[in-house]
Design a protein around this ligand. Structure first.
Ligand code: MG
Length: 384
């Protein structure tokens, strides 16, 4: 029986994780859950999974949560609550927080020596250098939950790093694949949220529409698998049947295929190194479309190029890229800026940045808050 702590249990990944746990009650037990504000759902989860402790990061909602509970549970709140939660006895922590808020928890989990199932790719993008240094010092294991990285991780089982020729990340292309910037000018929030293949949260759905998500995933892969940027390629594969590939020096390519459902990589991260029966129906190859591959369009979708450049420059650039993007995506979701203004904001903030070596977390935080201020200034003048 593996004991689990789920950070961000009311979000899209959190809910799907609990669905996996629900299907394997003899394999997993929930020790801790966390949510930001959605205490109605958190209360249902607590009543069903009976964790020892939970976190409500927004203090205002603690009393409301208490009123909704059938049985008492240890409720932690305030600034260090997540750090305290991950100290509870457990085998694995799944970090499904959204955005840069997840970095501190990622670091806290590694320090405990527990296995980290990482769905919060922003942690790796912002703090990849610090995280890898910490892993070298403390030891520890990160199992990626991101479907592409889970695929790569599985393709690399039993292989030697020096025999990798390159890693090929697949991308669906998002809802606007094939569109030109003239057609992207007036797209609405609803259109951008309507992802053709994956069922995901809002932030990542917008990132998929701009292709920033793939850019962030390149940086994530660089740090997770210690790959040079020149050895990571992106290919558009609209059917999303192949979740990523690894090409080896002898010309062999291993591809990871499966249903387009996040519960598969989530379950793999929870059960690793074992495999458990699928929580969903198997992929029927006879119902699959033709598999096609295209080059990504970095002219009409400049976020991809922007992210790779920031990744290659390193230092505080990836943190600035991510913070500026978070601000721009939030502004787009609020109806404040147009879709095409997202890459403009990110590009402008990056071009003003004076990079610093990320020796510690405080340096990254400073770079992020600088980037957020710059982005909000640009957003103010760019408003419709
Ligand atoms: Mg992904």
């Amino acid at each position: 029986m593996k004991e689990l702590i789920i950070l961000g249990s009311t979000g899209s990944i959190g809910r799907q994780t609990l669905d996996v746990v629900r299907k394997h009650q003899d394999a997993f037990k929930i020790i801790g859950l966390s949510a930001h504000q959605n205490v109605d759902l958190l209360a249902e989860q607590i009543n069903e999974f009976k964790p020892k402790a939970v976190v409500v990061s927004d203090r205002k909602y603690v009393q409301k949560l208490r009123n909704l509970l059938k049985k008492d549970v240890d409720i932690l709140d305030g600034k260090d609550a997540l750090t305290k939660l991950v100290l509870f006895d457990a085998d694995l922590v799944l970090n499904a927080l959204v955005g840069s808020a997840g970095l501190e928890s990622t670091i806290a989990v590694i320090k405990t020596g527990k296995t980290l199932a990482l769905a919060n790719k922003e942690s790796m993008v912002i703090g990849g250098e610090i995280i890898n240094r910490l892993l070298l010092k403390n030891g520890g294991v990160i199992i990626p939950v991101d479907s592409e990285h889970s695929a790569i991780c599985q393709c690399l089982l039993g292989e030697k790093t020096q025999e990798i020729n390159k890693v090929i990340l697949t991308a669906s292309g998002g809802p606007f694949r094939g569109k030109r910037s003239s057609e992207l000018r007036r797209v609405t929030v609803e259109e951008a949220l309507a992802h053709p293949k994956w069922n995901m949260g809002k932030k990542i759905s917008i990132d998929s529409a701009t292709l920033m998500n793939k850019g962030l995933e390149i940086i994530e892969a660089h740090y997770l698998f210690n790959l040079s940027y020149d050895d990571i390629e992106v290919v558009i594969h609209p059917q999303s049947v192949i979740h990523s590939m690894v090409e080896f020096v002898d010309g062999s390519i291993k591809a990871h295929m499966g249903p387009t459902d996040m519960r598969i990589p989530i379950q793999y991260a929870l059960s690793y190194p074992e495999r458990l029966p699928s929580p969903i129906p198997m992929l029927n190859l006879l119902t699959v479309d033709k598999l096609t591959f295209e080059e990504p369009d970095s002219v009409n979708f400049p976020c991809l190029r922007c992210a790779v450049e920031a990744g290659k420059k390193g230092k505080t650039y990836p943190a600035v890229l991510n913070a500026a993007n978070e601000e721009a995506v939030a502004a787009f979701l609020n109806g404040e800026i147009a879709f095409l203004t997202i890459p403009e904001v990110v590009d402008k903030v990056l071009s003003k940045h004076k990079p610093v070596e990320p020796v510690e977390l405080s340096v990254l935080k400073e770079a992020e808050s600088w980037a957020r201020n710059q982005a909000s200034e640009i957003i103010k003048t760019a408003r419709y």
